[in-house]
Design a protein around this ligand. Structure first.
Ligand code: GDP
Length: 203
């Protein structure tokens, strides 16, 4: 898929106030500092569409970006901030859970995982939550340029192994680098595939 245009539409704290155009949407979420803003900017060919984190934990909003006037890219607030109050954590959970569970136009959730890390419980728990609630997801390993392919493969395989305790069939997996652009066309093609199958179903 070619990105012809990408524009910021709106920020919300409540899924009910999200755009009501019925266009399909794709959410991106992960631990703070995982590289989500960089990935969004890489995918959309825009250096500053999503704000790369200056103060972690500051933006706790659901951000909608309209892509090619056809679909929304949704930037969800990150999880796993070390220094965050209980009430802020509860607020994050309510806002994102409501969005993920109730948003009818949500086609897929891309869960970002830092490819330099061994499997982290917080990520496995979040993926479990999506799986248990039947929310379609894919896994995106970030920052693959920061190490060699072998090291990335070791962490990806360890992650797959951890997932296979709960999953019979693993979700789609993408390996990316926002620096080199690795994985960009695969993710965009995947989104296009889902968009096309949705419009075929509607015909
Ligand atoms: P966010 O908090 O998840 O939105 O993460 P950011 O996109 O702000 O990235 C966090 C830090 O990781 C920043 O210093 C980025 O420059 C860096 N970063 C993000 N993605 C990549 C990547 O693919 N490769 C490299 N080398 N650095 C990255």
């Amino acid at each position: 898929m070619e990105i012809k245009n990408a524009t910021f539409v709106v920020s919300n704290t409540d899924y009910k106030k999200c755009p009501d155009t019925g266009l399909p949407e794709y959410a991106f979420i992960g631990r703070s500092n995982v590289g989500k803003s960089s990935l969004i900017n890489m995918l959309t060919n825009n250096k500053s569409l999503a704000k790369t984190s200056v103060r972690p934990g500051k933006t706790q909003l659901i951000n909608h970006f309209l892509i090619n006037k056809q679909w929304y890219l949704v930037d969800l607030p990150g999880y796993g901030y070390a220094r965050i109050s209980k009430s802020a954590r509860a607020q994050w959970q309510k806002m994102t859970n409501d969005y993920l569970l109730q948003r009818e136009t949500l086609m897929n959730t891309f869960v970002l995982i830092d490819s330099r890390l061994t499997p982290q419980q917080i990520d496995l728990d979040f993926i479990s939550f999506l799986g248990q609630n039947g929310i379609p997801l894919s896994i995106v390993f970030t920052k693959a340029d920061k190490q060699n392919q072998r090291e990335t493969a070791l962490n990806v395989n360890a992650f797959k192994k951890a997932l296979s305790n709960e999953w019979e069939e693993l979700p789609p997996i993408f390996i990316t680098s926002s620096v080199s652009g690795t994985g960009r066309s695969k993710i965009l093609d995947y989104i296009e595939l889902i968009n096309n199958s949705k419009s075929t179903l509607e015909q």
